[in-house]
Design a protein around this ligand. Structure first.
Ligand code: UDP
Ligand code: MG
Length: 332
């Protein structure tokens, strides 16, 4: 009997302990890393120097994305010296997006700063990013104005940034920069996967957050090597298509597919009607006009696109997840 009374109490106190809000922290620095053993120690010292000058409380969360070198040993060492430095280590390599997502989930700071773990981003820029954020923005992007990377990387990157800017309608020069500062609420619900981290400013913009960009210093890679090859450009372009579709059209897929479908259908119809009229007037037989096949093809493709759009609409309707970002709620 007494046991029965004891139990709920115990549970209650345990729950209270678990639900206790974490200690208030101003800034969480999230660092995704994959095989960066030589950079981690100097980086952690750099972050400390930059943030100590700011008079804020902070934590640094390293997310080891399945490194196969000694990164985890270095992280243990850094944590042993200073408990502010925490780390999470994946069992295998999941990619930078996964590392950032998990970092965001664990970060408790009011402001979240991300930076690469390879010493290419400069910790001394953190105060400037935060100042800009405090001036009234929700996301501040670090633009690597003078970039220290090979030309094989900088030119495709320029093209990518330009295309994304035009397609999405947000003026940024460096979407994929590792150095960014966010207000907590911006990232707390965003889950990025694959290589979608390139589009974090796009997701924020589409959710209605204010995004700004400031130029930042960038350094050449000192240790280790880059993890992204030449295929990054093509991955980026394909991902851009996904992003445009999922941000703009996920709730109205027929508008996306329907326009393409209708245009194709009408063009095909016009071509074939014209050929029919010509045949009617006795000019030529339809069978020896190659254009006829093109017309038929356009009609069929058009019908297909409209049908895909309608299927999309049905899926959207069954999928009842609400994804609206609420700014404030007064509800009592
Ligand atoms: N990174 C990661 N997981 C990966 C690839 C990269 O966490 O699968 C990290 C990497 O260690 C670095 C950051 O992401 O901290 C940016 O990578 P990298 O420096 O190779 O990219 P680049 O500067 O060449 O664009
Ligand atoms: Mg780098």
């Amino acid at each position: 009997m007494s046991d029965n009374y004891q139990k709920p109490n115990e549970e209650h106190s345990q729950r209270q302990f678990r639900d206790r809000p974490p200690k208030r922290i101003d800034v969480s620095v999230v660092v995704p890393l994959y095989n960066e053993e030589q950079s981690l120690m100097p980086l952690s010292l750099g972050i400390r120097d930059a943030l100590d000058r700011m008079n804020v409380t902070y934590e640094v969360i390293f997310v080891d994305d399945g490194s196969t070198d000694n990164s985890i040993k270095v992280l243990r060492e850094i944590h042993r010296k200073n408990r502010r430095y925490k780390f999470i280590s994946f069992r295998r390599n999941y990619g930078k997006s996964a590392a950032l997502s998990v970092g965001f989930q664990h970060a408790v700071g009011r402001i979240i700063v991300t930076m690469d773990g390879d010493l290419q981003d400069d910790p001394n820029e953190i105060p400037r990013l935060i100042d800009k954020l405090e001036a009234g923005y929700d996301l501040v992007n670090g633009w690597k104005k003078k970039r220290h990377d090979p030309i094989s990387k900088t030119i495709p990157s320029k093209l990518f940034n330009y295309t994304t800017s035009v397609m999405i309608g947000i003026k940024l020069r460096d979407f994929n920069s590792g150095l960014k500062a966010y207000r907590r609420e911006v990232v707390q619900d965003i889950k990025v996967y694959g290589e979608m981290h390139r589009f974090l400013p796009v997701f924020a913009h589409w959710a209605g957050y204010k995004v700004a960009e400031i130029p930042v210093v960038h350094h050449p890679r000192k240790y280790g090597k880059t993890k992204f090859g030449a295929n990054r450009f093509w991955h980026g372009l394909l991902d851009l298509l996904t992003v445009i579709f999922t941000t703009r059209y996920s709730k109205r897929p027929l508008h996306f597919f329907g326009i393409i479908g209708l245009l194709s259908f009408l063009l095909g119809l016009a071509i074939d009607l014209e050929l029919t009229v010509e045949w009617f007037l006795g000019k030529t037989a339809i069978s020896n006009r190659p254009l006829f096949t093109a017309g038929v093809l356009l009609i069929i493709v058009g019908v297909q696109f409209v049908s895909i759009g309608l299927l999309g609409e049905m899926i959207t309707r069954t999928n009842k997840v609400e994804e609206y970002v609420i700014k404030e709620k007064v509800f009592n």
